[in-house]
Design a protein around this ligand. Sequence first.
Ligand SMILES: Cc1cc2nc3c(=O)[nH]c(=O)nc-3n(C[C@H](O)[C@H](O)[C@H](O)COP(=O)(O)OP(=O)(O)OC[C@H]3O[C@@H](n4cnc5c(N)ncnc54)[C@H](O)[C@@H]3O)c2cc1C
Length: 446
Amino acid sequence: MIKKRKIAIIGAGISGLSVGYYLKKNKNIDLDIFESTSIPGGVLSSERINDCVIEWGARGIRPSGKGEITLQIVKEIGIFNDLVFSSESSRKRYLYHNGKLNLVPFSIQSIIKSPYLKLIISSIFKDLLSKSVNSDESIYSFFERHIGQKSTNLFIDSLISGIWAGNIKTMSVKAAFPELKKREKKFGSIILSQLFANRSNTKSQFSKKITSKALFSFKNGMQDLCNGLSDKLVDNISYMSEVSDIKIDKKIKINVNNKDFFYDHVVSTIPSYSLSKIVDLKLSKILQQFNYSSIAVYNIIIPKNTFNFDGFGFLVPSSEKSIVLGVIANSNTFIEHSSKFFESYTIMLGGERYSYDFLSKIDIRKISLQFLKKVFKTEVIVKEDSLRIIRNAIPQYDLNHYKKINKLEKLNIKNFHIGGNYLSGVALKDIIFNSRELANKILFNC
Ligand SMILES: Cc1cc2nc3c(=O)[nH]c(=O)nc-3n(C[C@H](O)[C@H](O)[C@H](O)COP(=O)(O)OP(=O)(O)OC[C@H]3O[C@@H](n4cnc5c(N)ncnc54)[C@H](O)[C@@H]3O)c2cc1C
């Protein structure tokens, strides 16, 4: 009889759950997952308030490209009927700029009508003539070279604030947009590369009706995905089980709630700052170099049509000098997440320019509501609200990102594996794709 390999995963956020899901497909392993809290999901967490679904972390996944891997899991774990898809109007995204909301062009027609038409035309010309640069550079310098300073400060700055709560001048383009940098090398122009890259020859196993949608979520929000995965791993997960020490040797010893356990392989999916506290000094020193931004997430439930707003939401470029990063009209995106009379909005504040302590001291509620009143020029009557200030919410991929990854790789530890969102992508589609790669590496190459 083949002796089963003992494998432990630390953390049951989406990274830990998805690595666990793929590892468990192999019958010759003995799998334990340790989670310090009482629920699966980590940052991904959904709640129902006044019958509206609100999210504290990710609110949707793109069904095309790498997102299809998640759809595949959704099918396999039997929650396909719980999927909900974003509405057509949620393709509309706005920028709050110069005191008003301006539609970001999303189709040829909307480009023609756009107040940014002149800027877009000059950016297209600049991009078509721009040359590729081999070395890594900041997101700012990459886009400034391709589309010019004005477009970069407006569109790219707010995009990076919205996804990463980050700073375009300090983040690495190669780490944050690895595909874009590769395509630049091949085509020079990023617009041309985008046109060619979108002509995918691989046939999707899902209908166009699904893959053409902007985003998908679930009836009860993203928590449904975590619950679906954790149901499949019910015999493997131990909750309220904090790993407090890791000793890496031929077998790895981990301490959980004052008890030692031994494993052939251990996978960490916890944030770098948590892992750095429980490993030896050499590894810890590298892990301490990864930085994160803190953000405040303020969810409000308000009577339907208070704002008569029709899009996904809007972003605020940093040139506006606002602490608000962006606002998401949740119920416009997933109509199923609103109730008969109420809908929810999420206001995101903070990011790379503000510390957790600062965010904890200021009156986020008051600032958010005053901001909404200024933007929509209407009084907001909040039925219910909920606020979380998330310390170290999103990792920042700075210009030394690959140097740190190289240092981790040079340690050449064969039986201790690191996953999670601080290495190769913060978006769920990247995390789940990377989890599959990591599980396959452990199963077939280690
Ligand atoms: C406000 C916000 C909005 C976002 N929006 C989007 C979006 O729209 N789309 C998108 O794709 N992505 C989005 N993201 C990013 C995405 O949600 C995260 O990158 C992802 O959920 C991180 O998952 P993870 O499993 O890597 O980490 P985590 O969720 O942090 O999971 C780590 C888990 O490990 C546990 N743990 C920690 N220490 C220990 C220990 N010592 N022992 C045992 N367990 C431990 C924790 O309790 C936690 O459950 C958003 C993130 C935030 C914060």
